[in-house]
Design a protein around this ligand. Structure first.
Ligand code: F6P
Length: 327
């Protein structure tokens, strides 16, 4: 097996707060083990274009507290083609890079695995996405910060909701997953939470809203995951409720990309720092196609193929708690 002397790191897919802390950790772990570290700009697209920069311990100073990613991110269509991946491989070889660390979500890992299967290039994944939808880790980098952002915003929305006796549908991110919606919903005291993993059905939603009225609530917050499977988007939900429950005055708030920005929480910074160290050490120990993660507070690893194909299950207990709280 070839000794690893130079590692490249990239961030790919949707950015997430804490990605900078992960880059910093990878770079500084490389410095610790006295191996070279190369930053790749704009994810896989930068690999294809050879957009590389040498990184030293000092080049990641003062980024631990910054949202976004200093290496930029992209969703590269060209990397989906064999020709694109070949160019990426040639650039890595030319730059004498021996291993790659991918910070991203399941789409990024799928691309990485394909790349590895074609060119046998050593790589390790670090889960970075606000969605928390990756199997093999209890938490992804960025999720905790996004939760805190969402809770803070819903607190503000509640002020205006209660001043006007209104019902608010608040749409939060999470393409196919309800982690943000469920946890932020419980944290912000939402009356109802709509997530793709648990199809409540429109009838039950109406029932629940009627119950809220009967219970004397003058305003309500319903948190809706963007990937919810009720078959209606938040605006259609508003129309539906206004039609069936005219006593409700409804407003919609789509939180959108603000959830991806901002200063990373302490939890995300610590998680990113721990995962970065482990990722570099796994590469140095000759491992490949593994994803690092945190399981029951311990840093572990699992095959990337499991991380992609497995399903990170939401905590049903939280649904029960939410139901009890919204009495
Ligand atoms: O995967 C992270 C995420 O923020 C999802 O929650 C959301 O559906 C998606 O990215 C949005 O992607 P984009 O910024 O490319 O529109």
């Amino acid at each position: 097996m070839k000794k690893i002397k130079r590692i490249a790191v990239l961030t790919s897919g949707g950015d997430a707060p804490g990605m900078n802390a992960a880059i910093r950790s990878v770079v500084r772990t490389c410095a610790h083990y006295r191996i070279d570290c190369i930053g790749v700009f704009r994810g896989y697209q930068g690999l294809i274009e050879g957009d590389f920069v040498p990184m030293s311990a000092r080049s990641v100073s003062s980024i631990i507290n910054k949202g976004g990613t200093m290496l930029k991110s992209a969703r590269s269509d060209e990397f989906r083609t064999k020709a694109g991946r070949k160019k990426a491989f040639e650039n890595l070889k030319e730059a004498e890079i021996d291993g790659l660390i991918l910070i991203g979500g399941d789409g990024s890992f799928t691309g990485g695995l394909k790349f590895n299967s074609e060119f046998n290039f050593p790589l390790i994944g670090i889960p970075g996405t606000i969605d928390n939808d990756i199997f093999g880790t209890d938490y992804t980098i960025g999720y905790d910060t996004a939760l805190n952002t969402v809770v803070e915003v819903i607190d503000k929305i509640r002020d205006t909701a209660s001043s006007h006796n209104r019902l608010f549908f608040v749409e939060v991110m999470g393409r196919d997953a309800g982690f943000i919606a469920l946890n932020a919903g419980v944290g912000a005291g939402a009356e109802e939470i709509l997530i793709p993993e648990e199809n409540l059905g429109l009838e039950r939603l109406l029932e629940s809203l009627k119950r809220s009225k009967r219970a004397g609530k003058s305003s309500s917050i319903v948190v809706v995951a963007e990937g919810d499977k009720l078959g209606k988007n938040v605006f259609e939900l508003r129309d539906y409720v206004e039609e069936h429950l005219p006593e409700y005055e409804v407003r919609v708030s789509v939180l959108g990309h603000m959830q991806r920005g901002g200063t990373p929480s302490c939890f995300d910074r610590v998680l990113a720092s721990r995962l970065g160290v482990k990722a570099v050490e796994l590469l140095l120990d000759g491992h490949s196609t593994l994803m690092v993660g945190i399981v029951n507070t311990k840093i572990e690893s699992c095959p990337i193929k499991d991380a992609i194909s497995g399903h990170h299950i939401i905590n049903k207990e939280l649904i029960r708690v939410s139901d009890i709280m919204s009495v």
